[in-house]
Design a protein around this ligand. Structure first.
Ligand code: AMP
Ligand code: GLY
Length: 420
């Protein structure tokens, strides 16, 4: 098969690596890709949110299957365009991608089926939002309705902070994404991520993970896109995972199908767990980044078979083969991230890192110039390892970090601490 992966981050590098292990893959193309993906596949310069351009590219290159990594092309309807011309693809339709693109939509679907989640109000003007906050008090959570690159959520510990957030959002800080807000009850507990493949009907769990969103050790400092992840997440036990499927995921997926917008692809459920009970924080319509890196490390080549079964509506016939293993991914970021940072510094020592089914350095934001790997983003490398225990995986990952010679980069030294 000829397979196209859309995206340019560590998530897509990990997907490409896993797909390439599978003998069904004859030719792999990544668009636009990065320096890491260029080492294992062809890279194509393509505007991945332009459905017509993606369709034309697939026709010209006899692409059989497209894997869509990020949310932007999904929200832009690229999956719909591909399916309309008979090209198989992994990822939800534009209508179903609203589960990530509109927080109010997700809350309404949850309410329709009684799925456990925070109580909420959907407000379209600042005055009503302020009144709601004064009536409910803090802590309280203010969210821009639309996609805001991970920055549209304010967990306000005081009423003043919540009122400020309302001013910011209705003031246009998030453009049209903030023209409507969702204000939620604050949920206490431990967060974990649950990944489920859905083919419109059948839901198959493919793993759990925990992200580290704060930039500093011990979960301090500003929020980021994610500084590291590990899988499995022990807080998301089999019992809690089954409860999340029974009470949240299967009912909401059935509601989507009932409304004529069946969900097809990977569903990323962010859960808040307290007293053994899961509640939904949010849905994302794609793999997490860097959660995908640890999942791919653990699942390996079977991922392609699972994604094909998902796209072809055959998930009722698959089984996921789990090894009793653990994986850790440490994000190396450019100094200054998540604030201002410089691009273009040289990364050396990558060739000294072991590279096998237990050790992988996925590239998140890199480019090649004159045979050197240069930093080309905020999150730059995802140093990922697998082991029989979490401690072994963590030691392997930091062993690789210590071989990488990149003075302009940094990482957290405690990825996995909650589970250790
Ligand atoms: P979201 O983009 O909705 O996942 O929100 C980003 C982060 O804000 C989540 O990962 C949580 O840590 C936090 N958060 C969101 N909603 C709530 C809530 N209702 N209660 C507590 N924390 C929340
Ligand atoms: N790591 C969080 C996310 O991908 O949304």
């Amino acid at each position: 098969m000829n397979i196209l992966v859309l995206g340019s981050g560590g998530r897509e590098h990990a997907l490409a690596w896993a797909i390439l292990q599978n003998p069904k893959c004859d030719r792999l193309i990544c668009a636009p890709g990065n320096a890491g993906m260029a080492a294992l596949a062809e890279c194509a310069d393509l505007d991945i949110c332009d459905g017509s351009a993606v369709v034309t590219f697939c026709e010209e290159n006899a692409v059989d299957f497209v894997v869509i990594g990020p949310e932007a092309p999904l929200a832009a309807g690229v999956a719909d365009r591909l399916r309309a011309v008979g090209i198989s693809c992994f990822g939800p339709s534009k209508a179903a991608a609203r589960l990530e693109a509109s927080k109010a939509f997700t809350k309404e679907i949850c309410a329709a089926v009684g799925a456990p989640t925070a109580a909420y109000a959907h407000l379209t003007d600042a005055q009503a939002a302020r009144a709601h906050i004064r009536a409910n008090g803090a802590p309280i959570v203010v969210k821009a309705d639309g996609l805001a690159a991970g920055k549209g959520v304010i967990v306000a510990m005081t009423e003043a902070e919540a009122l400020d957030a309302v001013e910011t959002m209705f003031g246009g800080a998030f453009g049209s994404a903030g023209a409507e807000v969702v204000i939620e009850e604050f949920m206490d507990g431990e967060e974990a991520s649950f990944f489920v493949l859905v083919d419109g009907e059948t839901c198959v769990a493919i793993g759990t993970a925990q992200d580290h969103k704060r930039v500093g050790d011990g979960d301090t400092g500003p929020n980021t896109g994610g500084m590291g992840a590990y899988s499995p997440a022990p807080v998301l036990s089999d019992t809690i995972a089954e409860a999340a499927l029974a009470q949240i995921i299967r009912p909401t997926m059935a509601e989507m199908a009932r409304r004529g917008m069946p969900y097809q692809g990977v569903l990323y459920a962010g859960l808040m767990i307290r007293d053994g009970l899961p509640r939904l924080v949010e849905y994302n319509v794609r793999f997490g980044d860097p959660e995908c890196q640890v999942l791919m490390m653990r699942l390996g080549a079977q991922v392609l078979d699972l994604m094909l079964a998902c796209a072809e509506g055959r998930l009722d016939q698959v089984a996921v083969n789990w090894a009793d293993d653990h994986a850790v991914s440490v994000v190396m970021a450019a100094q200054g991230y998540p604030g201002d940072y410089a691009k273009g510094s040289v990364i050396a020592g990558l060739e000294d890192c072991p590279d096998d089914s237990f050790h992988k350095v996925f590239h998140a934001g890199t480019r090649l110039e004159g045979g050197q790997v240069l930093a080309n983003g905020g999150r730059v490398l995802n140093v990922t390892a697998r082991g029989a225990t979490l401690a072994e995986a963590q030691a392997r990952a930091y062993g690789m970090v210590d071989r990488i010679d990149w003075p302009d980069g940094f990482c957290r030294r405690d990825i996995g601490w909650r589970a250790l």
